[in-house]
Design a binder for this molecule. Structure first.
Ligand code: MN
Ligand code: MN
Length: 399
């Protein structure tokens, strides 16, 4: 038997690496005369998704923590009629201020009647759903939502979500607490399973026999019959409906528009009930970017809906790091760190910027420079003052 020598093995490994890379259109960690091709094992598909990790821009430097986690890497909790997966502080340790959940409900499937101590903000990604809630003053809320709609349930307010025909729904939930988990919510079936039946019967003024079939544990997501049309599913409320609408039709709002893209903002100014979460839906056309900016009031939790992006986060002390994102990815930017989000694909880029705050706020680098005496800026950056005088004075979020 012939054993291959070390040289043959290395050549074979190099050939394998080269073949794998070219077959996948992969890149190598080489910049100018620095670096060398990968000859060991590699995850080519992963590297293709993260060109700025494999080959960071020369301006990246230092030890910024990880600012990316994909829902594709999150545990799938699969139940009859749907599923749920979450990106919390457990998955993305820096995301202390917010957590997110991606959930799917088939037609008729229900996210069990439940509540939690955190407020719940939602963005409908696809399909239609019926949501219900009852507030602490006994006002009720029953509404149907469709793709692009938001909803908001204040902390502790009990609610439910049900997929409607034909194909149910999928949505993103966001919570203003990095430690939130869908695994630790207060569920109605769990409450019934853990209170004495005689007490439950006394509480509801019903015969204990009525409680013979109650479930023995939390349902979480379960399949039920689709509900009747909304008009016939109304429950009369002696004190009336909730005073503040829990749904916001984000796509019906006129965006801040430019040829580069557009931005829609939903916060407590136009969606008054949403006091704990502010949001921006950003659309960036190919070749353009969300301008260099930062947020003076909160960390940013991002959810990528479509397209391909790269973001460089500048963290002071000569530190900066670049990450790549695509549909289903979560990004994070600590408060006050500057960043841009550039469309590096050839389709429109869509993503959500979410903040634990009643108000969306951002500071624009260009606007700051344009509204500062030009000779002062020139003295810093050695950019001709006549060029500085022509910078835009109004804020253009997408350029
Ligand atoms: Mn909930
Ligand atoms: Mn931002």
């Amino acid at each position: 038997m012939n054993f291959p020598n070390r040289r043959t093995l290395l050549t074979a490994a190099a050939a394998l690496g080269a073949t794998a890379a070219s077959a996948q259109g992969g890149d190598e960690p080489i910049i100018g005369n620095k670096g060398a091709p990968i000859i060991g094992p590699r995850n080519g598909e992963r590297e293709l998704q993260e060109p700025d990790i494999l080959r960071p821009p020369s301006t990246d430097r230092g030890s910024l923590p990880n600012l990316k986690f994909s829902f594709a890497d999150a545990h799938m909790k699969i139940r009859e009629g749907g599923w749920s997966r979450e990106v919390t502080q457990r998955e993305l340790p820096i995301s202390t201020s917010m957590a997110g959940v991606n959930m799917r409900l088939a037609s008729g499937a229900v996210r069990e009647l439940h509540w939690h101590k955190q407020a719940e903000w939602a963005f409908m990604l696809a399909g239609t759903a019926r949501i219900t809630a009852v507030d602490n003053d006994g006002h009720n809320f029953i509404a149907d939502v469709t793709a692009g709609d938001l909803w908001y349930f204040p902390s502790g307010i009990p609610h439910s979500i049900q997929g409607l025909p034909d194909d149910g729904c999928e949505f993103l939930l966001a919570f203003p607490d990095g430690e939130f988990s869908e695994d630790s919510t207060f569920a109605i079936a769990d409450l019934f399973a853990h209170n004495d039946r005689s007490v439950l019967a006394k509480n509801l003024s019903v015969d204990v026999k009525a409680l013979e079939h109650i479930p023995k544990q939390e349902l979480f997501i379960f399949q039920a019959e689709p509900p009747p049309p909304l008009q016939t599913d109304v429950v009369g409320d002696p004190v009336g409906a909730v005073p503040l609408d829990m749904v916001f039709k984000m796509m019906q709002q006129a965006p801040t528009q430019s040829p580069a893209g557009n931005v829609r903002i939903a916060d407590a100014r136009n969606f008054p009930i949403s006091t704990d979460i502010a949001a921006a839906l950003v659309e960036v056309n190919p070749g353009h970017m969300r301008e260099l900016h930062w947020h003076p009031n909160a960390d940013e939790w991002q959810y990528y809906i479509s397209g391909k992006a790269r973001m460089t986060v500048f963290a002071a002390e000569a530190r900066a790091r670049t990450f790549d994102y695509q549909a289903g990815d979560v990004g994070y930017v600590p408060m006050s760190m500057s960043h841009f989000v550039e469309n590096i694909g050839n389709e429109p880029l869509r993503f959500l910027e979410l903040f634990k705050s009643p108000r969306f706020m951002d500071v624009s680098l260009t606007q700051w420079m344009a509204l500062t005496p030009p000779e002062l800026v020139e003295a810093h950056l050695k950019i001709d003052r006549h060029i500085l005088e022509r910078l835009r004075k109004d804020k253009l979020p997408v350029v």
